[in-house]
Design a protein around this ligand. Structure first.
Ligand SMILES: [Zn+2]
Length: 342
């Protein structure tokens, strides 16, 4: 291998509990076909977590039998909020609660640990980039897409001409905090949903697990008196159970998910008028479920997205593929792209 240009990129997805590692080569072929997870140790502070990521990188190279000299760059993704350059918010966050994380330059620290260039993205953007590449393949540089990923919050990203739209301050693609029209979405007497970010009536206030717990479930339980979920030990526990009821066709759970699908459709309608993307992707727990429920949900999102006839003819609606690996893979693709354009 001596004398050859470095030809692989390692992708490292850093989460609250686990790191997931992957390797991609210059022809965009993934050399790891499964989830390879190790503890992220994020709760123990930055020093220990950076070391854990360093070990995840060494581990995946060992596993794939690739010499370190062949690694061109590292792609890193983490949950937000962080700057475009991978500096964790000075206010901390749910995932980075240890005080050492405040204002910590995660990207820079990993670069120093590994002695290789590290390219940073938030996890939603990385997954969006992966979905885009899986859907469009060789056509990816000529297409645009939007991904909405429903989890505790609402994440995702905007891809334009094959690139992640990051924005001036790195805050583009914060889809959860885009205001959406609530008229016709809310039930009779349903209070305006509130989001943790301080907004009322944004996409995340409805289309997130937090939205179910804080806004949707409390209202719908008043409409379905005596529902079993009203007897759950806590609102958080009840919110987590809603999906399993939805899968079984429970009418109240379906009303809740219908509101989430409408919220995503309205968000996508805004996207249709902003950037007119080629594809609309939906991901997250809400679609990590039975085929029937997934198809029902995706079709409700599609029905709630108002497209012009010309747009409807060319637009695709699909799921974010391999969601558990999408972050690491997208982070690797982003690093590959940026190291190729250097
Ligand atoms: Zn918000």
């Amino acid at each position: 291998m001596q004398g050859q240009d470095p030809e692989v990129v390692v992708g490292l997805d850093n989460g609250g509990n686990k790191n997931n590692a992957t390797v991609v080569d210059v022809s965009r072929r993934f050399l790891v076909d499964r989830l390879v997870e190790t503890p992220s140790r994020v709760q123990e502070g930055p020093e220990i977590a950076v070391e854990a990521l360093g070990q995840a990188c060494d581990g995946i190279l060992q596993r794939t039998g690739i010499a370190r000299a062949r690694v061109r760059a590292i792609g890193l993704d983490t949950p937000g909020p962080a700057s475009a350059e991978g500096v964790i918010s000075s206010r901390g966050s749910t995932n980075f609660a240890h005080p050492g994380w405040r204002g910590f330059d995660f990207r820079g620290a990993l670069e120093a640990r590994l002695g290789l260039p590290v390219v940073y993205n938030n996890d939603g953007n990385a997954a969006a980039l992966y979905a885009h590449h899986v859907c469009f393949g060789a056509d990816a540089p000529r297409r645009s897409s939007i991904s909405a990923i429903v989890g505790t919050g609402l994440g995702g990203g905007v891809i334009e001409a094959g690139h992640i739209v990051k924005g001036a301050a790195g805050m583009a693609g914060e889809l959860g905090h885009v205001h959406i029209p609530m008229e016709g979405l809310l039930g009779e007497g349903q209070p305006l949903p509130h989001c943790n970010c301080g907004f009322d009536g944004d996409a995340e206030s409805v289309a997130s697990l937090t939205g179910i717990e804080k806004n949707l479930l409390p209202y719908w339980l008043t409409r379905f008196e005596g529902h079993e979920l009203g007897k759950a030990s806590s609102p958080a526990k009840a919110a987590m159970l809603v999906r399993s009821y939805g899968e079984k066709g429970d009418p109240m759970a379906r009303r809740i998910f219908e509101q989430q699908a409408m919220a995503l459709g309205r968000l996508f309608t805004i996207a249709a008028n902003f950037t007119d993307p080629s594809a609309y992707f939906v991901g997250g727990g809400v679609v990590e479920t039975t085929a029937e429920f997934r198809e029902w949900f995706l079709s409700r999102v599609r029905e709630s997205t108002v497209l012009r006839e010309e747009q409807a003819r060319v637009a695709r609606f699909a799921l974010v593929p391999d969601l558990d690996m999408a972050g690491a893979r997208g982070a690797a693709l982003a690093a590959l792209e940026s190291s190729s354009s250097r």
